[in-house]
Design a protein around this ligand. Structure first.
Ligand code: ADP
Length: 501
């Protein structure tokens, strides 16, 4: 902890809340209460109790925000591109200056640890920095039609875009959607998840402080079924970037289809970590632990399946279980290695998967139960859990659990590993651990997923495109390719005389 995070934590544990945290929708550069006056309570998962409340809007607030964004679009799209870049660059600085408050609020909203939250502040800053540099480099092509026609394409922003954000990574998901949208010249209405509103509100304010004209980035708070649905159905929204569950993603696509909005879908995952027989056991175990227990496994791209060759199964699983047992679990502001589950509902869902596996006779090697914060004795926590040698049709192999549960699948050789890895309807990410890079590359080529890492599960940063195939969704975020969601090509062709008189 820094001196400031220490002070925030001390004040929070003493008073049960924090002062001066935003609570209203952020529309047209200022905070507003809901049109109908609605509010919702926000709980700290680490204590399992409410610590503050924020506005809960409905379609009227969404309409106000979209109209504000549509109005601001005219100014934003006319602003010289280099100036847009300077504002995004200034935003990166603002984020870093506000690191401690952002990190503490992310802990209290999500339940994650301070170390995880602090790392995500930097991820968000890096994301704005990355897209700051691209604003004045978005160029079209010259079109070689013929001597008497001059043709070119230009890239133009699509207009007002919606960002529907989940509760597991509020800051980095906001940044990876909003930064490229703004870089492209679009205006934004963002909707954070019900349980995690605060950092989006602070980001929206910091953007204005960084020079963003009011209305270019708005945040509306509230339930998915009201605010999220109204936002994806709003006729003036040209594109919806959605990160969340496949079921909700389908609803968002249906709503967007009614007004011909394009969509980016970042959905679930059941990503494999493949361990070939020649891998370095200790390093692979470290990688597996990071892949599944980061953010208590509440990550769409978590490495939630260990696909391990039989020859090293016993050794690798023993190393993983040793490490899992050593993980301290508890409140994110109390220096633990693993934090809380975001809601009681999600915790119950995770425990149901574990109970079903136990009832079916599956071997739970560690964890497998809810635990409390060792100091406070409360909160929503699930112990790091490893379930061994599961068959391919097990729910723990096929379904996204979204919690700290590692499902082990034993395979015979690289071809079998590939088959197992591709054996779900998801296809988001995959990790491969081996000393044989050529085998790893052959597996990477044939994996049905959006990204593959070799000997480094979380390898990569904002530069690396991210997205899924199959039920994990479509479209790509991060990298330069993310800009394509927020830009469209206009072709212009002029007839010109063959010669001048
Ligand atoms: P979860 O069930 O884990 O909360 P969701 O996919 O439902 O996951 O939530 C992801 C985001 O989608 C959240 O911001 C949520 O409020 C929003 N959301 C939920 N329902 C809808 C909906 N019908 N239309 C649009 N957004 C929604």
């Amino acid at each position: 902890m820094t001196a400031t995070t220490d002070a925030y934590a001390a004040r929070y544990f003493e008073t049960g809340t924090l002062e001066d945290i935003p609570s209203g929708h952020f529309i047209d550069g200022a905070e507003y209460p809901s049109v109908e006056g609605g509010m919702m309570e926000i709980a700290d998962p680490g204590l399992g109790r409410v610590f503050t409340a924020v506005s809960a809007g409905d379609a009227a607030d969404v309409d106000r925000a979209v109209r504000s964004a549509a109005w601001a679009f005219d100014e934003w799209r006319r602003m010289p591109a280099f100036q847009r870049g300077r504002i995004l660059g200034a935003m990166a600085t603002k984020i870093r200056e506000n690191r401690d408050l952002l990190a503490v609020l992310e802990v209290l909203n999500v339940g994650k640890t301070l170390a995880e939250a602090t790392a995500k502040v930097e991820t968000a800053a890096r994301t704005f920095e990355y897209y700051a540099g691209v604003c004045d480099k978005l160029q079209g092509d010259s079109l070689p039609i013929g001597f008497e026609q001059i043709g070119f394409s230009m890239l133009e922003p699509v207009g007002v875009v919606a960002q529907i954000i989940p509760w597991n990574y509020p800051m980095s998901t906001f940044a990876r959607g909003v930064a490229p949208a703004l870089a492209a010249g679009c205006c934004v209405v963002a909707k954070p998840a019900e349980t995690t509103p605060h950092t989006a509100l602070i980001f929206a304010r910091l953007l204005v402080e960084a020079g963003l004209p009011p209305g270019v980035c708005n945040v509306v708070l509230g339930e998915g079924a009201s605010v999220g649905a109204a936002l994806s159905a709003h006729p003036d929204v040209a594109h919806v970037t959605f990160t969340g569950s496949p079921v909700t993603g389908t609803r968002v696509m249906q709503a967007a289809a009614d007004h011909f909005a394009s969509v980016t879908m970042e959905l679930g995952g059941k990503s494999p970590v493949i361990a070939l027989a020649d891998c370095d056991i200790a390093k692979t175990a470290d990688g597996v632990i990071g892949a599944i227990f980061e953010n208590a496994g509440q990550i769409c791209s978590a490495g939630s399946r260990l696909v391990v060759e039989r020859a090293i199964h016993a050794d690798l699983v023993a190393a993983v279980v040793d490490r899992a047992r050593a993980i301290t679990v508890g409140h994110g502001l109390r220096g633990n290695r693993m934090g809380a589950i975001n809601s009681r509902r999600q915790m119950d869902r995770i425990l149901e998967f574990i109970d079903t596996a136990r009832a079916g006779g599956d071997r739970i090697l560690c964890g497998g139960e809810a635990v409390a914060d060792p100091k406070g004795g409360d909160g929503w926590f699930v112990a790091p859990t490893v379930i061994d040698d599961l068959p391919p049709d097990s729910p723990c192999v096929q379904e996204e659990i979204f919690g700290p549960v590692l499902s082990v699948q034993v395979v015979d050789g690289p071809a079998d590993a590939l088959r197992a890895a591709n054996g779900t309807r998801y296809g988001l990410m995959a990790g491969i651990y081996t000393r044989d890079v050529s085998a790893a590359l052959a597996i990477a080529r044939d994996l049905k997923c959006g990204q593959v890492t070799i000997n480094d599960y979380w390898g990569g940063g904002v530069e690396v495109p991210f997205g899924g195939v199959g039920h994990s969704g479509f479209g790509r975020e991060k990298g330069l390719v993310a800009l394509l969601s927020y830009l469209r090509t206009k072709s212009i062709v002029a007839r010109v005389p063959a010669s001048l008189s």
